[in-house]
Design a protein around this ligand. Structure first.
Ligand SMILES: C[S@@+](CC[C@H](N)C(=O)[O-])C[C@H]1O[C@@H](n2cnc3c(N)ncnc32)[C@H](O)[C@@H]1O
Length: 174
């Protein structure tokens, strides 16, 4: 699918005006998901190390996760979106970089969460999964969220396991 639309400065300006944000339950779901992946973590230890937000656009959503991580990196292919993210949604522990799924900007086994919302349909699936397997800690995972699905990939030592998130999400929506 083509993502050139987002490289247009006018579109970046329109996108920032919309200010559509995620409901709080989604953030709770994500933190609960990470806690489940790392049962040894103390329940009051709510801050994780590193999150990547793939296809972060103007960073509006990236910023809502920043309090839960020592560092969050927002990655987007569009220079216009990254410029807008730096202008509108900067914070001390957020870095914005131009990039894509082919080279996630993190060392091996260092990332707690790779988050990708409404952008996965633009990416190469195999490349995304390969990079996730490289960067994710054994206690980390990726959550891919689209318009009509939510999937969770649990990253385990023996390989990756894909699991539908819809049933899990449903309990948060009740
Ligand atoms: C609908 S926006 C997603 C916005 C944001 N993730 C959110 O949840 O509101 C899609 C974004 O994906 C970016 N994008 C498209 N292809 C990409 C790729 N291969 N790697 C990184 N970003 C990409 C676009 O530039 C655009 O900013």
């Amino acid at each position: 699918m083509e993502a050139r639309l987002y490289q247009n400065h006018h579109v970046a300006e329109l996108f920032v005006k919309d200010k559509i944000t995620y409901p709080d339950i989604l953030k709770k779901f994500i933190i609960d998901f990470l806690l489940r992946l790392d049962p040894d973590r103390k329940s009051d230890q709510l801050q994780f190390d590193l999150m990547l937000d793939m296809g972060c656009a103007n960073g509006l959503q990236t910023k809502i996760f920043a309090e839960h991580f020592s560092k969050v990196i927002g990655i987007d292919k569009s220079e216009e979106q990254i410029k807008m993210a730096i202008k509108e949604n900067s914070s001390d522990n957020i870095q914005y970089v131009i990039g894509d799924e082919s080279n996630m900007p993190a060392l091996d086994n260092t990332v707690d969460l790779v988050w990708c919302c409404f952008a996965f349909h633009y990416m190469n699936v195999e490349t995304y999964i390969r990079e996730c397997e490289r960067v994710l800690k054994s206690t980390g995972g990726t959550i891919i969220c689209g318009h009509d699905f939510v999937d969770i990939m649990l990253h385990e030592n023996e390989g990756s396991q894909l699991q539908s998130g819809m049933n899990i999400l449903e309990q948060y929506l009740r």
